[in-house]
Design a protein around this ligand. Sequence first.
Ligand code: NAD
Length: 369
Amino acid sequence: MKIAVLPGDGIGTEIVQEAVKVLKVLDLKFELEFADVGGTAYDKHGHPLPEATLKLAKEADAILFGAVGDWKYDQLERQFRPEQAILGLRKNLGLFANFRPAICYEQLTDASSLKPELVAGLDILIIRELTGDIYFGQPRGRRTSPDGAFAGAEEAFDTMRYTRPEIERIAHVAFQAARKRSKKVTSVDKANVLETFQFWRDVVTEVSQQYPDVKLDHMYVDNAAMQLVKSPKSFDVVVTGNMFGDILSDEAAMLTGSIGMLPSASLNASNQGLYEPSHGSAPDIAGKGVANPLATILSAAMMLRFSLNQPQAADRIESAVQDVLAQGLRTADIFSEGNAKTPSVVKVGTREMGDAVVAAITKKTTTKS
Ligand code: NAD
């Protein structure tokens, strides 16, 4: 098994280091190969996704990715900006299905912005289509407006589009994922206004005929945004397009207490995947040793489960994360005001949190043997 490790920028290097530490303690046979990506790659090689990095990513069974981006690159031409590396990887590897589980751990209910009773036990899975929609649709650009009330004025435009096969394949992914959970899919669209999403709704409904054991309902995106904060536990698997998924998955992230807890996986048709935390490179806290590494560590667990066929190793990581939270360890992002009054809850840095997960895995292994 070969894992391409792309730490990237900002806190990316700090959190990936902890995930690698955790992977190494599992005693599995795999090869880790590191490469530059994002702003770091631009600085060293003049491109955010150098040829060598792309080649490694293509050859690997899975990619463990940190995060990219920094405000200092904001002035660069779009093609050289760090975030283009992620888009390039998605496109070149055909990573069309983005899995973002939003789980609220029992110990973190007080870190959520919602009342504890609304989020306690929350476990939803947002599946976002990743390679189509308005993010990639052509034509796009700037021009002189050809018609309408402001004809002749400068304008910018993008194109929202989805083909039938793109909708069918993400719908199959969602129904199959739901079969392993509570057999319920909510498809989120904007069929009342957008032609693209009426088509989306029609195709998802057609695909659902092949999954009579899975209950499908449809919801408009504005209502879904509202229901996610009103009664988040009413959802199980949510499937939606690229743009709506981008927004809803960040909203769901906050329900769980911190974006620093949320892993993600982006898979292609052959289950090759890119695994990364749901958050960005957090330049505001980079280099301070305070970033939460758990989203990246949990992403490594998803990698073991989805791409490397090591579900037991994934379970070991997830259970170790539960253990460290139960021990009362919290990075700053999940340390709530209430925690300050509880002596058993301790604020720790990135490295201490990674070490604690390693120790929890080692302890369980020793106890078993
Ligand atoms: P961000 O996710 O980096 O940060 C948002 C907030 O969450 C910040 O206050 C940050 O300190 C905090 N945060 C994020 N991860 C954390 C962690 N693990 N532990 C503790 N706190 C954490 O989003 P942003 O500030 O909008 O973007 C910063 C840069 O990241 C930008 O250049 C953006 O383009 C890039 N970005 C990259 C990715 C990616 O690499 N996949 C995703 C989103 C944003």
